[in-house]
Design a protein around this ligand. Structure first.
Ligand SMILES: *[C@@H]1O[C@H](CO)[C@@H](O)[C@H](O)[C@H]1NC(C)=O
Ligand SMILES: *[C@@H]1O[C@H](CO)[C@@H](O)[C@H](O)[C@H]1NC(C)=O
Ligand SMILES: *[C@@H]1O[C@H](CO)[C@@H](O)[C@H](O)[C@H]1NC(C)=O
Length: 478
């Protein structure tokens, strides 16, 4: 940016000089000395007109669109003394950005911009225009030498498949096709893009398998295939992505086992596999992923014992969401060694045994959900713990769990957990208390959950973490 500004100010002086010259010579001169080739200028204008509409006319951008009268969304750089377009962002990113026409097209001139490094389309192809657009398959090889970042984001009218010809873009470091209406299978040729650092195909309608060829993306930092309809098993080749920081394949139809090869992902900080059909129990490889900060496997039919893993190995864990996974057995005390843990979600499993009071010694713990299990016995947390957690401690729907009465104000009592005294009276078959007990349970299981703001909390926490990750990513790339 700085370099560009320096170029810019130099150029402004230059341009002013040219302007005064041309004023004296009545035109013509600027065409010869304008530091942008006509072919480049024409290609740019025609490309922009294709997306923005033919009303748009760059001829008032005197003497060229790069230096003096820049177009919002277009950046340039000098190559051999001439301006070339290096960045083209189409769509309403800023108030005065180029916004897209109702009927738009990819003109072939786009592919004549021979130093184009970054091309992005944001909210450009929209369904309300009733004009759906596919990405052209041809000509991408012309950008193969220069293009480093290609992005289509939030284009609800962008349909069709990913062009397999994207596989020629050897210099691509970032491919983002986020929240469009793309369909079909992911072309295996994407695996050719071996300089990719970021591959985001989330929020489309992709089907079929995750290509094996992704294993060749050895420099990949972020892989996000979430919110599609991908099926089949996780390819073993994911284990080759040893640089990976973030793996998100959540909200798909993936099945089969967790991979032994996960053990090779030593730098992974986020693993989100939630809302799939994975099964086969917890693999021991997970305990080798020492850098994991966020592990979300909820809403899968994984099954098996929760205490299988050496949890104390995962010292960086901040978020652990293992809700609704068919887990059995006890919650091991080793969880209380995860000193950075902020969110622990184990709801809707079939966990048994007692809840160790040591969990309350976790210094950062902000949310603990164990509702919908078979936990039993008396809760032994301190009064301060209930006070601190409030509704972010969820333990309802554990029929044999109770909290001790008399040690704390009733407002601290955990929702949906009965007081231990009542249990004793119930055992003594006091008819009146038995009735109250049942009434209480039906309240706990119906509607109560929707009042707990854990959705909000979860989103908020995730956003903070994602921002952290995002900033890390930029730090690494730039
Ligand atoms: C822009 O308008 C001028 C005259 O108004 C015309 O001569 C020129 O061909 C137009 N350029 C484009 C790119 O349409
Ligand atoms: C993992 O991260 C470390 C520290 O950031 C880095 O030095 C190392 O190269 C990374 N490993 C891989 C395989 O990228
Ligand atoms: C939970 O575990 C108990 C005992 O192991 C078993 O009887 C019960 O069927 C399980 N419930 C579910 C929903 O899996």
């Amino acid at each position: 940016m700085k370099r560009f500004n320096a170029c810019c100010s130099q150029f402004i002086i230059f341009a002013l000089f040219i302007t005064s010259l041309s004023a004296r010579c009545h035109g013509e001169v600027e065409l010869d000395v304008a530091p942008m080739e006509k072919a480049e200028k024409d290609a740019l204008y025609s490309t922009i007109q294709g997306f923005v509409g033919h009303w748009w006319n760059g001829s008032d951008l005197y003497p060229d669109p790069c230096g003096w009268t820049p177009i919002q969304g277009v950046s340039c750089d000098l190559f051999n003394g001439f301006w070339y377009v290096t960045v083209l962002n189409i769509g309403p990113i800023h108030d005065n950005s180029l916004s897209c026409a109702k009927f738009l097209e990819f003109t072939p001139h786009l592919f004549e911009l021979k130093h184009l490094k970054t091309l992005s389309f944001f909210k450009c192809f929209e369904t309300q225009h009733r004009h759906q657009v596919t990405i052209p398959n041809a000509n991408w090889e012309k950008l193969a030498g220069s293009l480093e970042s290609l992005e289509f984001r939030s284009n609800t009218g962008l349909i069709g498949k990913i062009p397999s010809n994207f596989g020629v873009l050897k210099n691509l470091q970032s491919l983002v096709l986020l929240e469009n209406a793309l369909t079909g299978e992911i072309p295996p040729a994407i695996g050719n893009l071996n300089r990719l650092k970021r591959l985001v195909l989330a929020g489309n309608h992709f089907t079929g398998h995750i290509p094996d060829t992704f294993g060749a993306l050895g420099e990949l930092l972020i892989l996000d295939l979430s919110r599609n309809s991908l099926c089949g098993t996780l390819p073993l080749t994911l284990g080759s992505l040893t640089s990976l920081l973030k793996l998100d394949v959540s909200h798909n139809l993936l099945e089969g086992n967790l991979l032994k090869e996960f053990a090779y992902l030593k730098n992974l900080t986020l693993m989100d596999l939630r809302n799939n059909r994975l099964s086969g129990g917890l693999t021991l490889s997970i305990q080798e992923m020492h850098s994991l900060e966020e592990m979300v496997l909820s809403n899968n039919a994984i099954g098996g014992k929760f205490r299988t893993l050496k949890w104390e190995n995962l010292q960086n864990l901040v978020i652990l969401d293992f809700s609704n996974m068919g887990l059995t057995g006890e919650i091991p005390e080793s969880i209380s060694q995860l000193k950075r843990l902020r969110f622990l979600g184990l709801s809707d499993n079939n966990l048994t045994g007692t809840l160790s009071p040591k969990l309350s010694t976790l210094p950062c713990l902000n949310a603990l959900y164990v509702s919908g299990n078979n936990l039993a016995g008396e809760l032994k947390f301190s009064v301060e713990f209930y006070g601190k957690m409030g509704t972010r401690f969820g333990a309802w729907n554990n029929p044999s769990l109770c909290y001790p009465v008399g040690i704390m104000p009733t407002s601290y009592a955990p929702y949906g957990v009965k007081p231990c005294q009542q249990e004793i009276k119930f055992v003594e078959s006091d008819a009146k208390n038995g009735y109250m007990d049942m009434a209480f349970h039906s309240m706990a299981s119906s509607g109560f959950m929707s009042h707990v703001p854990n959705g909000f909390w979860w989103t908020f926490l995730q956003e903070i973490l994602m921002m952290g990750l995002f900033m890390n990513f930029f730090y690494i790339i730039f």
